[in-house]
Design a protein around this ligand. Structure first.
Ligand code: ACO
Length: 271
């Protein structure tokens, strides 16, 4: 039904096939969209095609979707960028870092912005995004989990920001949410040592909202989705907008915005 509505508006069928090209599965069931990284035999390594697929999904997400679940098939959520990018051959049809290094600054910057677009939309106020993370979440995999609003993790999870160990920086939108979640000192510790963060620590420092046994991960996500969908949609969108803006405002400013949002809610309900 939801898929049929989206198809009528155009785009959804295209997104499903674009997603498949990027090693991603995309399904919509009513108010719930599920994105599955689907190259388990390569531990869901990500390529430019993966990020383009994510961006296209974000651009054409059916309007009725309220919750987006991001998960990975197989033992690992994602082992990060496809290591073929570091070879001179690169990923067929997508180049390599050595070819990217030869492009001019504007072209290179544009390519990074395109990749980041696949991650940024997961923070929109209109949706709540949940990363269901088991096994490895390395580099781009860690950043994809960080791009979601919530992380529900299996007890075998291992987060690792490996980029600095490879001479790179994390540039797929992960640094800001990491600092916001764990604080600057812990973020420096995690990134500049490229060490692994396991489930207990992830829970303790605020990287994960919930840790469950591996076999319970998908049920735990389903339960969270049901809780989120039980709340009034417009109130949820307005509240997420409020919460997202809170860190950038003073208490006084935030109070004013709370009042404005509430006035709009009261008018919508009782006006
Ligand atoms: N890119 C491409 N292929 C990968 C990647 C990757 N990032 N990670 C795993 N694979 C492939 C392996 O080459 C192997 O392929 P093969 O069966 O054809 O040989 C297959 O996936 C399974 O990998 P294994 O190493 O055998 O699986 P294992 O469970 O023992 O280890 C682990 C998993 C720890 C994730 C390991 O594969 C690994 O360290 N991968 C590289 C992680 C990495 O450095 N990512 C880049 C981070 S930086 C960034 O994302 C910007």
């Amino acid at each position: 039904m939801a898929g049929a509505q989206a198809r009528q508006r155009g785009g959804y069928a295209d997104e499903v096939s674009v997603a498949a090209e990027g090693g991603v599965r995309f399904e919509v069931d009513g108010e719930i969209a599920t994105i599955t990284l689907d190259r388990p035999e390569k531990r869901n390594a990500q390529t430019f095609a993966t990020w383009s697929a994510l961006a296209r999904i974000g651009e054409s997400l059916p309007e009725q979707v309220r919750v987006v679940v991001v998960k990975g098939e197989g033992p690992s959520f994602s082992a990060g960028i496809d290591l073929r990018m570091f070879t001179s051959e690169g990923v067929p049809g997508q180049g390599s870092f050595s070819s990217a290094a030869k492009s001019d600054d504007a072209t290179f910057e544009q390519r990074i912005r395109q990749a980041q677009a696949g991650f940024l939309w997961l923070r929109r106020p209109e949706i709540v995004s949940i990363a269901a993370v088991q096994g490895h979440a390395i580099g781009a995999g860690f950043q994809l989990a960080l791009s979601c609003d919530l992380r529900i993790v299996a007890d075998d999870v291992s987060f690792c920001m490996k980029e600095p160990a490879l001479g790179l920086v994390p540039d797929l939108t992960g640094t800001k949410p990491l600092v916001e979640l764990v604080g600057l000192a812990k973020a420096i510790d995690i990134c500049l040592t490229a060490r692994t963060v396991h489930a207990d620590e992830a829970m303790r420092i605020g990287l994960a909202e919930q840790v469950v046994a591996g076999g319970d991960l998908h049920q735990a996500v389903r339960d969270k989705v049901a809780q989120l969908l039980a709340v009034n949609r417009d109130a949820a969108v307005a509240t997420k907008r409020l919460l997202q803006g809170a860190q950038g405002r003073t208490l006084e400013e935030q109070s004013v915005v709370e009042g404005l949002e509430q006035a709009a809610r009261i008018k919508a309900i009782f006006g």
